[in-house]
Design a protein. Structure first.
Length: 431
């Protein structure tokens, strides 16, 4: 059963127990996998596919024919889902197109041009989980922003299942998103392949996408060789609700994340003890009805929390301390609360906006900061796929006006060659 806490009495560590560090055996396993992939390339990926995914592969590359076949198969079985995927892709694309930046140029001083230019990264790697649940939504959310940003080449990895086939929904979503290359590999080995390259998998400049603790650990270890979006922990949802909310709705929203993973964190913060007790009872009624009841039960019992605050001001304070991945604001006037939220990945406003709306369809990205990192980081966006470069231009006359200032500054730092690099341009006979 989900536990209840009084916010005024609870210790911060009791509601912030979201340590995503890997155990030593995970670290050692990931180190060995990365080294093996670097040494043996495709052969290592094929061996790991057989060992971990029970997939016998001759090649790790997904052929165009496989993509076409999967798309046709899914379209024949469930044409409405293909329509839904296309509609979701349009919504995601439209939202992310608004994130594009214009280059900045300043010319407000004589002889001086300053600016900033945006350049897409050359090659991006997208990791898409396969495992116990396949997520076509992740394909759309991670590929489309890269496309909008102008990334030249996008490489996707996802594990194959028994028989060597990739989930048809994932391949259909990849086709709709416009993916360039897809490879049948998952886990830490996929991250290693994207970071260092193999005979088939090209090395990328940045890796994005969620995964289990092995994927997260591998991303952390290859950071520096490549960029990464974030070190993602288990999924989490926080529902901020007052006493006017329907407890059945609140419980259902909490379970929408609890069913993801036994380590997921469903949290309710409320100023109403009556609502807290009603949601507690609703969870017990709804969990047995879920196909993934065992996972939801483990999540709720181990990581679920109901935090009862004295009033809505204290409840909002609790939200900002927790800094959740997903935040639902279930009150009559959510816009009055929005401005007071400092730390959250994605915010869902009002009683008619369940978190699943953002997972699949609305348009904002669902790859979000977890484990309290919303205090300093942001959802995946077009910004993750572009670099910013500043540029400077001075005429000789403009540089001459400030040469003494630069030399003075450099001298105070003891960097006399810095100063000389400016003043030499104005020495007699050295123009």
């Amino acid at each position: 059963m989900i536990r209840l806490y009084n916010f005024e009495e609870v210790k911060p560590e009791e509601i912030l127990n979201r340590d995503i560090r890997a155990e030593a055996d995970v670290e050692d396993t990931v180190d060995a996998i990365i080294a093996d992939v670097r040494a043996r390339g495709d052969a290592a990926l094929i061996d790991y596919a057989a060992r971990f995914d029970h997939a016998e592969l001759d090649s790790v590359r997904v052929s165009p024919e496989e993509i076409e076949e999967a798309f046709a198969e899914l379209e024949a079985q469930d044409p409405e889902f293909i329509t839904t995927l296309k509609m979701a892709a349009d919504n995601i694309r439209h939202f992310h197109e608004q994130q594009l930046h214009k280059d900045l140029i300043l010319t407000d001083r004589p002889g001086v041009v300053l600016g900033q230019k945006y350049t897409p990264i050359r090659r991006a790697g997208v990791y898409v989980p396969g495992g116990t649940a396949a997520y076509p939504s992740t394909v759309l959310m991670d590929v489309i922003p890269a496309k909008v940003a102008g990334v030249r080449q996008i490489v996707m990895t996802t594990p194959a299942g028994p028989g060597g086939k990739v989930n048809a929904g994932i391949l259909a979503a990849a086709s709709i998103a416009g993916i360039d290359q897809i490879f049948k590999t998952g886990g830490a080995q996929a991250v290693a392949a994207l970071a260092y390259g193999t005979e088939s998998v090209p090395a990328v400049d940045k890796i994005v996408g969620p995964g289990n603790i092995y994927v997260a650990t591998a991303k952390r270890k290859v950071f520096g060789k490549v960029g990464i979006d974030m070190i993602a922990g288990p999924s989490e949802i926080l529902v901020l609700a007052d006493g006017t909310c329907d407890p059945a709705w609140v419980a259902a929203d909490l379970l929408s994340q609890a069913e993801h993973d036994k380590l997921a964190s469903p949290v309710l913060v409320t100023d109403s003890r009556e609502l807290a007790l009603a949601v507690q009872a609703e969870l017990e009624a709804q969990i047995p009805q879920l196909p993934r009841a065992a996972i939801a039960r483990a999540s709720v019992d181990a990581n679920g929390k109901i935090v009862i605050a004295a009033d809505m001001d204290k409840a909002i304070e609790a939200v900002n301390i927790i800094a959740p991945e997903h935040l639902e604001i279930c009150v009559d006037d959510p816009f009055a609360v929005l401005g007071r939220i400092e730390n959250a990945g994605s915010i869902f406003l009002g009683k008619n906006v369940p978190e699943a709306l953002g997972d699949y369809f609305a348009g904002p990205n669902h790859t979000l900061p977890t484990s309290g990192t919303a205090r300093f980081s942001s959802p995946l966006s077009v910004d993750d796929f572009v670099k910013k470069s500043s540029f400077i231009y001075y005429t000789r006359e403009a540089l001459g006006k400030v040469q003494d200032r630069i030399a003075n500054f450099a001298g105070h730092e003891g960097l006399h060659a810095h100063a000389k690099s400016v003043t030499i341009r104005f020495e007699e006979g050295k123009k």
